[in-house]
Design a protein around this ligand. Structure first.
Ligand code: ADP
Ligand code: MG
Length: 246
């Protein structure tokens, strides 16, 4: 990899009191996120809660109207250091459609300055079961295969800080398992947005729940479970909490 920036803060992801408005819609409303390096955090919330917007703000694709965001201690929207530290999987990510699976991985790997790129590609392809599609153009592969290629592209440079927006979308159960196994082996700081509680259960230790752009609960995943009855699904606990948000 190209020279890696040093992380300057014990908080790998920090957003202080951020607000983002689209026209009349307050997508994010005074949200603070403070994630220590090494944590694995799920960002849970219903559709429209603001999850994708938070991630776009954290990667510096948009600026908040108010509030400060730093990644590893560097300003999210204006520093190369923050960009080098990050791996980001957007919602509805699409690789370059006229390139093959392998060409996409080679291209983004080269831009990211990955050392030993061939063996890195070999590892990702084998973990994700992409062997049969290496020479196929993205245009011709299934939505699930596109998602797997997008996941591989987002982490090809072994980023220290990984932000993923609904990473298991479009994947069948065996592919979900492959992705979960692969991500579990990484030593990175994770923030993973999802509306599916079982993903949080498998991949993360901490949970932030947002609704209408505001935090409604934060804590350890086991504590979330202990807030409900013993046989109550976690989804039910979360939806009960969300009903109380006005
Ligand atoms: N680019 C945009 N323009 C206008 N409204 C937007 C835009 N992006 C998001 N929103 C609105 O902001 C709110 C939060 O959206 P989003 O972050 O996509 O939620 P989630 O990812 O939790 O489903 C929604 O009301 C959505 O309609
Ligand atoms: Mg979203």
């Amino acid at each position: 990899m190209l020279t890696e920036p040093e992380i300057l803060d014990h908080s790998c992801i920090r957003a202080m009191n951020i607000t983002k408005t689209f026209g009349q819609t307050k997508a994010i409303n005074g949200l603070t996120v403070d994630i220590s390096c090494g944590s694995r955090v799920a960002l849970l919330g219903p559709n429209g809660a603001g999850k994708s917007t938070v991630l776009k703000l954290l990667v510096g694709l948009m600026k908040p109207d108010f509030g400060e965001i730093t990644i590893g201690g560097y300003p999210a929207d204006s520093s190369m250091e923050a960009k080098k530290l990050l791996g980001y999987l957007p919602e509805d990510a699409t690789p370059y459609i006229s390139l093959t699976v392998k060409e996409n991985l080679q291209y983004v790997g080269a831009i990211r300055g990955v050392r030993d790129l061939d063996s890195r590609i070999e590892y990702l392809v084998s973990e994700l079961g992409l062997q049969d599609f290496l020479s196929t153009k993205i245009l011709k592969v299934s939505r699930g295969t596109r998602q797997k290629v997008s996941v591989a592209m987002s982490i090809i440079h072994s980023p220290k800080i990984v932000l993923m927006d609904e990473p298991l979308n479009y994947l069948d159960i065996p592919s979900q398992e492959n992705v979960i196994q692969m991500l579990s082996q990484m030593n990175s700081t994770f923030l993973i947005s999802t509306h599916i509680m079982s993903i949080a259960e498998r991949l993360t230790d901490d949970v932030i729940i947002i609704a209408r752009g505001q935090e409604i609960w934060k804590g350890k995943r086991n504590e979330l479970r202990s807030l409900g009855h013993s046989d109550e699904p976690v989804e039910a606990i979360v939806s009960r909490m969300m009903k109380n948000v006005r």
